[in-house]
Design a binder for this molecule. Structure first.
Ligand code: PLP
Length: 430
C-alpha cells in the first residue's frame, strides 16, 4: 500500500501542529505508524490522499451511525448554509432540536446545547456542584469524559495509550476533588461514599464504556449506582456522549432502563458537526443561566449548521427505529465471524460487543474493568491493527477504543472484514 502523500503531509503537520494532529489518538502513535490523511468518505468507506480505500470502523469516533456523507444530512447542512452560518441569536431549529431530544430521551426535561462532549461534561459537573453545594465527584478508572481538568484522573481513551492518565497541568487541589472507583465494582463506590458521602456532588459514568475499549456494565451495576445516588442525594450523571442514540433511539438509559439525573451527549447528535449537550431534570437544569445562577455560555452554541445536521440525524433515528435492529443484525454477523476466526485459529482474544460497539482485546481473560483491559497484549494488537490496515480495514488505532458498525456496512463489507481478519490472524501465528 502506497502512503507517500500521507507521510509527507504528516511531516509538514508535525512542524505546525502539536504531534501533527488536532486530537491525540489520530496520530497512530500507539500502533507505531504514521496516520493516513483522509481525503473523502462515503457510506462505509474512507479514501486517503494516496488513493487507498478502507472499510471504516471508526466512523469519526462515533457520529457516523448512518455512514459517511449520508445524503439527507448533507442536504440539510447545504440548505442551512444558504441562510447564514451563525447569528448569535435564538432560532426555531434549536427549539425543535430540544423538543425532539426530550421526546427521545424522557429523563431529559430541559437541555442546553454546547459545542463538544468535553463542554457537555464540564458543564454538567459544574451544575452538579452548583445544585448540591458539594465539590467532589466520583468517576471510574478508564472512563473518559473529555479533557476537562476534573476528568483527567485515571482517564481512558488517548490518555491511556499515551501513558499520561494523570495529565500535568491539572491543579492538585482540583484533582483531589475527583475520586476514582473501579468500573463494575459497586463495593469500590460504596467505600468512597461511606468515607466522603456528604461531600460528593455527582457520580459520572459511561453506561457502556467505550473509552477503555468496549466494556458492558455487569447486570445490576448501573441500578446499584442509581440507588446509591438517590440514597445519598448525589446526582447520577450518565455520560452518553458515545452511547446516546447509538445503542437505541433512547440511548443506553433506555436499553438498561436507568433514569439518570443528568445526561451528557455529543457525537451522534451533531451528525458529524461539532455539537454536545447536557440535560436532565427540570429542577436541576433551572440552575443554568439565565434561568438560574450557574454560568455557562457559548458564542456558537446551537449553531444553525450543527442543528440542521443534528436535527436531521435524530429525526431519521426517531422515525426509523428498525435502524437499530439492522445495526444489531450486522454487528452480530461480524461478531459471529470474528468468533469463528478466534476459535479456528486459537488466538488468545476476548471480544466485547454491545449493539454496534465492539472491541477485540488481545487477552484470553474476561475484560470488565481498567485492570482487566490493560492485561491485553498491546504489541499483538499493533501487529493486528497494521495487518488489517494493510488489507483495507480501518480500525481504531488503539487497543483501548471501541469500533463502530454503521448502517452503511453491507453484508459484503462484513464478509470482507472477516476474511481479512482470518488472513491477519494466520500471519500473527507465524
Ligand atoms: C468522546 C467522548 C467525550 C468527549 O467528547 P468530545 O466531543 O471529544 O469533547 C466525552 N465522553 C465520552 C463518553 C466520549 O466518548
Amino acid at each position: 500500500m502506497k502512503t507517500t502523500k500521507s507521510t509527507k503531509l504528516f511531516e509538514r503537520a508535525k512542524n505546525v501542529i502539536p504531534g501533527g494532529v488536532n486530537s491525540p489518538v489520530r496520530a497512530f502513535k500507539s500502533v507505531g505508524l504514521d496516520p493516513r490523511f483522509i481525503k473523502k468518505a462515503r457510506g462505509a468507506y474512507l479514501w486517503d490522499v494516496d488513493g487507498n480505500k478502507y472499510i471504516d470502523y471508526v466512523g469519526s469516533w462515533g457520529p457516523m451511525i448512518l455512514g459517511h456523507a449520508y445524503p439527507r444530512i448533507a442536504r440539510s447542512i447545504h440548505h442551512a448554509t444558504k441562510n447564514g452560518t451563525s447569528f448569535g441569536a435564538p432560532t426555531e431549529l434549536e427549539v425543535k432540536m430540544a423538543e425532539l431530544m426530550t421526546t427521545m430521551m424522557p429523563s431529559i426535561e430541559v437541555v442546553r446545547m454546547v459545542n463538544s462532549g468535553t463542554e457537555a461534561t464540564m458543564s454538567a459537573i459544574r451544575l452538579a456542584r452548583a445544585y448540591t453545594g458539594r465539590d467532589k465527584i466520583i468517576k471510574f478508572e478508564g472512563c473518559y469524559h473529555g479533557h476537562g481538568d476534573s476528568f483527567l484522573i485515571k482517564a481512558g481513551s488517548g490518555a491511556m495509550t499515551l501513558g499520561v492518565p494523570d495529565s500535568p497541568g491539572v491543579p492538585k487541589a482540583l484533582a483531589s476533588e475527583t475520586l476514582t472507583a473501579r468500573f463494575n465494582d459497586v463495593n469500590s463506590v460504596r467505600s468512597l461514599v461511606s468515607e466522603f458521602g456528604s461531600q460528593i456532588a455527582a457520580i459520572i459514568v459511561e453506561p457502556v464504556v467505550g473509552n477503555m475499549g468496549c466494556i458492558p456494565p455487569k447486570p445490576g451495576f448501573l441500578e446499584e449506582l442509581r440507588a446509591i445516588c438517590t440514597r445519598e442525594k448525589i446526582l447520577f450523571i450518565l455520560d452518553e456522549v458515545m452511547t446516546g442514540f447509538r445503542l437505541s433511539a433512547g440511548g443506553a438509559q433506555e436499553l438498561f432502563n436507568i433514569r439518570p439525573d443528568l445526561t451528557t451527549l455529543g457525537k451522534i447528535i451533531g451528525g458529524g458537526l461539532p455539537v454536545g449537550a447536557y440535560g436532565g431534570k427540570r429542577e436541576i437544569m433551572e440552575m443554568v443561566a439565565p434561568a438560574g445562577p450557574m454560568y455557562q455560555a457559548g458564542t456558537l452554541s446551537g449553531n444553525p449548521l450543527a442543528m440542521a445536521a443534528g436535527y436531521e440525524m435524530l429525526s431519521i433515528l426517531h422515525k426509523q427505529p428498525s435502524i437499530y435492529k439492522k445495526l444489531e443484525r450486522r454487528s452480530r454477523r461480524l461478531e459471529e465471524g470474528i468468533r469463528e476466526n478466534i476459535a479456528r485459529l486459537g488466538i488468545a482474544c476476548t471480544l466485547n460487543r454491545v449493539g454496534s460497539m465492539f472491541t477485540l482485546f488481545f487477552t484470553d481473560r474476561d475484560v470488565y474493568d481498567y485492570e482487566s483491559a490493560t492485561a491485553s497484549d498491546t504489541n499483538m494488537f499493533s501487529s493486528y491493527f497494521r495487518g488489517m490496515l494493510d488489507r483495507g480495514i480501518y480500525l481504531p488505532p488503539s487497543q483501548f477504543e471501541a469500533a463502530f458498525v454503521s448502517l452503511a456496512h453491507s453484508d459484503a463489507d462484513i464478509n470482507r472484514t472477516i476474511k481479512a481478519q482470518r488472513t491477519v490472524f494466520e500471519s500473527l501465528l507465524k
